[in-house]
Design a protein around this ligand. Structure first.
Ligand code: GLV
Length: 322
């Protein structure tokens, strides 16, 4: 279904990643093009048999891409692709699940540590050349993770590894996953999504590591936030739309939860006038949880594996979505 390597064109489409450089180092003999924005992509996609892409994808590219047979996603999340439109157009799709599992889980534990150790406050004080003294108020003092409870919503590859990392800090870890029969892994317990509300009041930290699906869209709404404790923190390394952002802002503003670390927001980039920017109990990272210097090569490993499978006429892809 794909042309032979010497007749194939791959289009790499990403605003920043050096996919083509890293691909060239593999000497495959396959022709490639690289584009960095949507306008260039619209001009190039008609030549492509294969597109390697993440945030630049929209399904309205399909009519512009008559040769396209395979999309290797650069992102682990695949919420931006219309699975039915792909199937209808005869385009296969594979995710980059796993490529960023280390990075995202390490980012999540970094955010948890930063919240517990008050690193954002320390950095703010540094900018003011202010040496904060020791504090008597126990509610405002740095804390330790041992014995604290982490609720991991989405015990897949990222959440599963986060559970392992949290266990190294002697945390108690409760996992939520769509299919609890998949097992607890390193977590102490695992429950289905229906048990989320019952588990939220137990958590000192609630970490979102789930994909964005119809079931997880708006999962963390006013009702869920009201079940969290006032000394608990929310950490989102999943997708902004897993939370109802206005409800998160309201809960933070009235001290219903202690704080939040957010790597993703409903609309990205976060609007300059969002109240989240200025909230003292919010730590924002700009959707960088998955970033790693190994990322391009991790995705190219998946691409090469899947090109091999398609070339041999195999039907199952690695990380197959469509
Ligand atoms: C990042 O958000 C990804 O889905 O890989």
């Amino acid at each position: 279904m794909l042309p032979a390597p010497n007749a194939m064109t791959i289009c790499f489409a990403h605003a920043a990643y050096r996919m083509q450089d890293r691909f060239a180092a593999r000497n495959t003999g396959i022709r490639s093009i690289e584009v960095r924005d949507r306008a260039a992509l619209e001009g190039a996609v008609g030549q492509a048999d294969v597109v390697v892409i993440s945030g630049l994808w929209k399904d309205d590219l399909i009519p512009l891409a008559p040769k396209l047979r395979f999309v290797q996603s650069i992102s682990a999340g695949v919420d931006q692709y219309g699975k039915e439109a792909f199937a209808k157009a005869g385009i296969r799709l594979a995710s980059a699940q796993g490529a960023n599992a280390r990075a995202v889980s390490e980012h999540a534990i970094s955010l948890i540590l930063a919240l517990a150790r008050l690193l954002p406050e320390a950095r703010d004080n540094q900018a003011k050349r202010h040496w904060r003294g020791m504090i008597g108020d126990l509610t405002r003092r740095e804390d330790e993770l041992g014995g604290k409870t982490l609720l991991v919503v989405g015990l897949g590859r990222i959440g599963g590894r986060l559970a392992q990392l949290a266990k190294a800090f002697d945390m108690k870890v409760i996992g939520i996953r769509r299919d609890p029969a998949g097992g607890a892994g390193a977590a102490d317990e695992v429950h289905g999504l229906a048990a989320l509300k019952a588990q939220l009041p137990r958590a000192d930290f609630v970490a979102l590591t789930c994909p964005l699906t119809p079931e997880t869209t708006g999962l963390i709404n006013a009702e869920a936030l009201a079940l969290m404790r006032p000394d608990a923190y929310l950490v989102n390394v999943a997708r902004g739309r897993v939370c109802v952002e206005a409800d998160v802002v309201a809960a933070l503003a009235r001290g219903q939860i202690a704080g939040a670390a957010l790597d993703c927001t409903e609309v990205e980039p976060l609007a300059a006038d969002s109240p989240l920017w200025a909230m003292p109990n919010v730590l924002i990272t700009p959707h960088t949880a998955g970033e790693t210097r190994r990322y391009e090569d991790n995705v190219l490993d998946l691409l090469m594996e899947n090109l091999g499978r398609l070339g041999r006429g195999e039907t199952a892809l690695k990380n197959q979505v469509v």
